[in-house]
Design a protein around this ligand. Structure first.
Ligand code: C5P
Length: 489
């Protein structure tokens, strides 16, 4: 496992470059990805630069591609900081922008990009022996820059924790952190910004009534309880759990240890009666929860996982600015707006998922001879391109698609196809989706990349058949295999 020593050494010249850009009065544009990790990383670097007196703005995009680079060139900002994007595209930036750019990222990059980065413009985890898929997020990388610029920026460590859970990097034992993420967590803990507890991991632990939180929890999937609010209510009520207090629903974070044991016991009893669910789900339900102690109780920002979900919603619904404002400290109008966006996001996702499963032609699964169990989901005419990643993440937890390499596609507004891929729950394939997406996209005139367990791409529509053929052969090609642990994102 990599540590931060080599990264810390590289931060010195990198920060000097940023300092001189700020001191020259340059107008800086931060271009970032629209998911939770993109919004947090862009916000962290924006705050750090603004605190130095920089003039800067943040813009989110759904992926980095030639038309985004063309727009950056024509916008004519003095300098560009690209976060959570741009892996493998240094040569394109150099051609379009000269030396007026840097990239802060954690996606795996080709060896060639490491070798040609003579001016040190690409600050990427993989360059320093750090696994950017599990040990540091883009928010973590941005935080490392921010804290090297000024120790005062250590207050942003809690935002980097939101980034890490948002990118599902809680991949250690019991959802703990690994590598540099763990080092950042120690900073946040010692500053009193984040508290870590081993607890029942329910979705919406600070905001939802207990039975709803249980019903919304899909990792692990509990047959009969997941997505079944009435059953959850009945099981908990019959076990004598006090669900309301003074007429108000109690949220999971409000239950005592003793009550939590009773809740687990009630779930365990239910699971024993179900032939479809293994008893180990009780074990899987327990994990580290990360609480942002400075946020109000019952706020969507107090639990780091809920915070990340809110940011994802903002980005995917096309309101990234609200997410950025929240990360930068706005807690009034913007938080209310964020909560409304989150509700709209959930409704949209629910409609997509139920349509995908009711229109049978949309899902095609195959068990091919090479050992690749694959599912391709067709979201054409249904799934908005910016929602694609959220849909594939949600589908990756569905028992119907368990064990498979999942590829979800949709027709984008510009006429190209977008793909989002995930390793579904229980998938044991050693295929590296990031390498596969990059290779197959590039072979077919597109762009792509990502991590071993979660990746995406964009390809021209006329290459769809040859892209799919390339995909089928790449998933069984050892050249694109990974030895890294893979869990769904
Ligand atoms: O869009 P989605 O959530 O599926 O993306 C999964 C991962 O793949 C993300 O980390 C994203 O940054 C990366 N990706 C990429 N290039 C693309 C699309 C996605 O590197 N064209």
């Amino acid at each position: 496992m990599g540590d931060s020593t080599r990264l810390v050494q590289a931060l010195k010249p990198f920060c000097e470059k940023l300092r001189s850009v700020v001191e020259s009065g340059s107008e800086i544009a931060i271009i970032t990805h629209l998911d939770a990790d993109g919004i947090t990383s862009g916000s962290i670097i924006s705050l750090a630069l603004a605190r130095m007196g920089a003039r800067c703005s943040v813009r989110t995009v759904s992926d980095m591609n030639p038309s985004v680079i063309e727009k950056m060139k024509s916008d004519g900002h003095d300098f560009y900081v690209i976060t959570d994007l741009g892996g493998g595209m240094a040569a394109n930036f150099r051609k379009a922008l000269g030396d007026r750019w840097v990239v802060i990222d954690h996606h795996q990059i080709p060896e060639e990009e490491i070798l040609t980065d003579d001016a040190g413009q690409v600050l990427n985890a993989w360059k320093f022996g750090i696994d950017g898929g599990t040990e540091i997020s883009a928010g973590g990388m941005a935080y490392m820059v921010a804290s090297a610029l000024d120790r005062k920026n250590r207050d942003l460590s809690c935002i980097a924790i939101v980034s890490a859970v948002g990118d599902r990097q809680d991949q250690g034992d019991k959802k703990s952190f690994l590598g540099v993420n763990r080092e950042i967590l120690e900073v946040a803990k010692s500053a009193g910004l984040v508290k870590v507890d081993l607890d029942i991991m329910l979705t919406g632990r600070e905001t939802r009534p207990l039975h709803e939180a249980l019903a919304f929890t899909s990792f692990p999937y509990i047959d009969g309880l997941t997505w079944n609010r009435d059953n959850c209510h009945a099981v908990l009520k019959n076990a004598g759990i006090k669900l309301k207090d003074n007429g108000r629903w109690r949220v999971p974070a409000e239950f005592s240890q003793e009550e939590k044991s009773a809740i687990l016991e009630a779930i365990a009893k239910f699971v024993v009666t179900s032939s479809k669910t293994s008893a180990s789900v009780i074990d899987d339900l327990i994990g580290n929860v990360y609480t942002l102690t400075g946020e109000d109780k019952r706020s969507q920002l107090r639990d780091a996982r809920e915070f990340a979900t809110l940011l994802n919603a903002c980005g995917r619904i096309g309101k990234s600015g609200v997410g950025v404002a929240i990360c930068m400290g706005d807690r009034n109008a913007m938080l209310t707006a964020g909560e409304e966006i989150n509700a709209e996001y959930r409704t949209t996702l629910r409609t997509y998922i139920s349509t995908i499963f009711s229109e049978k032609w949309r899902v095609s699964s195959s068990d091919d001879s090479g050992g690749g169990r694959v599912a391709i989901v067709n979201g054409d005419g249904l799934v908005a391109e910016d929602m694609l990643g959220a849909v594939s993440s949600l589908l990756s937890g569905s028992p119907t698609l368990a064990g498979r390499l999942l590829f979800v596609r949709t027709l984008a507004q510009d006429g190209s196809y977008r793909f989002s891929s995930r390793k579904a729950l229980g998938c044991t394939s050693n295929a590296n989706l990031g390498l596969i997406m990059r290779h197959c996209a590039e072979q077919n005139g597109g762009t792509g990349g990502g991590h071993a367990a979660a990746a995406g791409c964009r390809i021209p529509s006329h290459s769809i058949d040859s892209f799919l053929a390339c995909l089928r052969s790449a998933i069984n090609d050892e050249k694109f295999a990974t030895t890294a642990a893979a869990t769904p994102t």
